[in-house]
Design a protein around this ligand. Structure first.
Ligand SMILES: Cc1cc2nc3c(=O)[nH]c(=O)nc-3n(C[C@H](O)[C@H](O)[C@H](O)COP(=O)(O)OP(=O)(O)OC[C@H]3O[C@@H](n4cnc5c(N)ncnc54)[C@H](O)[C@@H]3O)c2cc1C
Length: 345
């Protein structure tokens, strides 16, 4: 059994930021346990390599430069450094520095290659059970990420979203003559549709709920930053969804009279309908724990960051949005960590 001050669960971009910021705040490396099954930069490193990002390169650089413990200024040159900061890039290009940073952070803290399965609060300390070990920590940061939501249409063969977003993976499927239902009108939808149009599928049918929404850029602020389409996905949607529909693409509102028959005729489906928090380690003392979106607190000494626990803020027009993205995870830690450091059990 290991006893420690801080445990960070998850080594995606949010977990990397949490470890960096704890070190920046003077927490000693030997007082931090970092738990992840792979230490491969989370979904950025393992699933989204071929996905065009929706964030300008400058915001990725803001994240990478925000923690002195990342030592990004001393890093070898990455492809990311050669891209115009105002442009977007493939997410694999961002995964490279993330993996480099994880590797050297792992040398400073105590990495544990495992999955955390249970959390319990006893004697003002958190007991973390993993598949191999039991760790005692005064504080725990959960950065467990999220998984794609799915719909239940058993008659169609599902194409997983990570395949639909990666042209190389799509090449391995035999889609000759397929009719593919694509649910959603999100960033992922606008990446998946052109990828699928490049396959020999007979027809794509996009089922949507609402009109497209685009981010609007001002000098110092982006309206609909977290909900609007950006980058290449926005450009494609403007030209093809709100412009001229490509020949092999049809669109139907999910509440239209045609919905049922159109879906019945589909052979495959891609669900680009959002993401849901990955299953948390079990907390049998309380059942399912939730977080306070204004400060990331789940319980005394238990905190959440990243896509699974996004910060909630209102925009200048008064509409609320959940803030998702690497630079936003970093900003959340910058504002909340001083509170978390004083909010142990
Ligand atoms: C298609 C797509 C495009 C995106 N594009 C952008 C973009 O352009 N710019 C941007 O800033 N953001 C983007 N995002 C949003 C977001 O930044 C990413 O989803 C990012 O990967 C979230 O980081 P995370 O660390 O919260 O979670 P993840 O990357 O999912 O990492 C979570 C980690 O926790 C581990 N874990 C989970 N449960 C446990 C457990 N019980 N025990 C131990 N380890 C565990 C997982 O194995 C994983 O390594 C995009 C997201 C998607 C889906």
């Amino acid at each position: 059994m290991t006893e420690i001050s801080w445990a960070v669960i998850g080594a995606g971009p949010a977990g990397i930021a949490a470890v960096g910021k704890l070190l920046d705040h003077g927490v000693a490396g030997e007082e931090i346990v970092w738990i992840d099954p792979d230490f491969a930069a989370g979904d950025f490193g393992t699933k989204w390599h071929a996905v065009p990002g929706n964030t300008q390169v400058s915001l990725f650089l803001d994240y990478l430069n925000a923690s002195p413990s990342f030592r990004f200024a001393e890093a070898p040159p990455f492809e990311l450094n050669n891209i115009d900061p105002q442009q977007t890039c493939l997410l694999g290009v961002v995964a490279e520095p993330l993996v480099w940073i994880s590797q050297h952070l792992c040398e400073r803290v105590k990495p544990v290659k495992a999955v955390a399965t249970e959390l319990a609060l006893r004697n003002r300390q958190w007991i973390i059970r993993t598949d191999t070990d039991e760790i005692v920590a005064k504080n725990v940061i959960l950065a467990v990420g999220s998984t794609p939501k799915k719909l239940d249409h058993p008659h169609v063969e599902e194409i997983p979203i990570e395949v639909a977003l990666d042209p190389k993976k799509l090449e391995n499927l035999s889609l000759d003559g397929a009719t593919i239902a694509v649910f959603g009108s999100s960033h992922s939808t606008m990446v998946a549709l052109p990828n699928l149009l490049a396959t020999p599928a007979r027809k794509l049918v996009n089922f949507y709920q609402s009109p497209t929404k685009y981010a609007v850029y001002f000098d110092d602020y982006i309206q609909f930053d977290d909900t609007g389409l950006k980058g290449k996905a926005a450009q494609w949607a403007r030209e093809n969804i709100d412009g001229t529909l490509p020949e092999r693409l049809e669109r139907y509102w999910v509440n239209s009279p045609e919905f049922s028959d159109q879906l019945q005729a589909c052979t495959h489906a891609v669900y680009t309908v959002g993401f849901a928090r990955r299953q948390l380690p079990a907390t049998p003392q309380w059942g399912t724990l939730d977080y306070d979106p204004s400060n990331g607190i789940l319980a005394p000494g238990l905190f959440g960051v990243g896509i699974a626990f996004p910060e909630y803020r209102t925009d200048p027009f008064g509409a609320g949005q959940y803030r998702i993205g690497l630079s936003k995870f970093m900003q959340r830690l910058e504002s909340a960590l001083p509170l978390w450091l004083r909010y142990g059990a």
